[in-house]
Design a protein around this ligand. Sequence first.
Ligand code: SF4
Length: 366
Amino acid sequence: MQFEKIYLDEKAERDSISKTILKALPNVPMETIQDKRSLIKQFSSMSDPIGIGKRILLITHFYGRRLKPCPGTSNHICCGYYVINGITNCPMDCSYCVLQGYLNNPFLTLYTNWDDLLQEIDAFLSTDRQSLLRLGTGELSDSLALEPIFPLSQFLIPFFSEKRNGVLELKTKSVNVGSLLDLDHRGKTVVSWSVNPPKMIEEEEKGTVLLKDRIDAARKCQEKGYLLGFHFDPIIYHEGWEREYEEAILQLFKQIDPGRVVWISLGGFRYPPKLKAIAEERFPRTNVFLGELFPGRDGKFRYLKEIRVEIYQKMTRWLREVDPGLFVYLCMESKEVWEKVFGWTPENSRHLNQMFEKRVRGFLKE
Ligand code: SF4
C-alpha cells in the first residue's frame, strides 16, 4: 500500500490508534487539520476523486450511528445482516465497486473513536438477546485490507468472542490474517473471502490478491478454528464463465474443508445506474458492462432473470457436488428466482435470518 498523505483531524489526535497508524507509516507526510468538510469538498471537485482518495488517509472521528441494517434492495429478499462502518473507501480498486458512485467523502477514512463504536454495538446487541445477529465490517471497505496499520479486527474479534448473541463477519480480498491467527475468537467470528476466477481477478480486481493466495489465507484461518464464508459475488457472465467458475470452486475446495464453511453467497453482477459512466471512465478496458443488463424494480441493472437462474443453478450444482451440505444463499434476489434455483423460497427476510441462526448455532454447539 502506497499512501501519499495523511490528514489527521485534530479531534483524533490524542487517540492511541491514531498514534499506531502514524507509527506504521513513518515516511508518509502528515498534516493536522481542523476542518475536514472543506478538505473533502476541495478533493471531491477534482477529477477521479475516488482514485485519488484511495492514496490519502483521513484519520478522524465518526459522529452518529455506525451500525446499520444492510441496505439490501427493495423488492428482494434480504438476509437480515447488519453493517459496521469503521472505515470508508478501500485501498483496492475493483472496476465494478459500487463505492465509486456512492461515497461523498473520497478519502480512505479511518474512524478512531473505537470506544464509541464498541458501546454502540454492545447497546444494539442488548436490545435483542434471543436472536443471533450477524454483523460485518465489509460494506464500505474491505474488512482486512488495512489491518496492518488499522487493526480494528483485533479489537472486534475479542469483543465478539464474549457476546452470546452476535457473530462478526470479516469479508476480504486480502491475505491480512496474520494478526488474527492467535486471537481467542471462540467461534464467534466468520472470516470470509470474495471469490472470482483468476482471469476476473486479474482483469477487474486491481490491487487485490490472487485466488490461490486468498485460499491459502482462508486455510490458515481454518486451521485456527475460524468458521469460513465465501462470496461468489459479483459473478460476471461472459464467454467461458462456466469453466472458469467451476475450476475456481474446485481449486477452493482442494484446500478448504467444506465442513467448516458456514455460508456461501451467490450474486450476479448488478449495479446502480450511475456506476457505469464512472467505472468506464476509470477503467476503460473493463468488460463487466459488456453483457446485456436491464434495470430491475429497484432501479439496479442486472442480467436477465433466465440468465441469473442459469448461473445460480449451475453454481449451486457445482458446490453441492463438492458437499451437499453446503449452505448456499442468494444475495439480493427475488422470491421467484429463489424458487427457480432451489425449489423453495424463504417466506421473508426474518425466515432467512432464522436459517442463518440455526446454521451458526449448529457450528457453535460442536
Ligand atoms: S475490495 Fe471491495 S470495497 Fe475494495 S474496491 Fe473491491 S469491491 Fe470495492
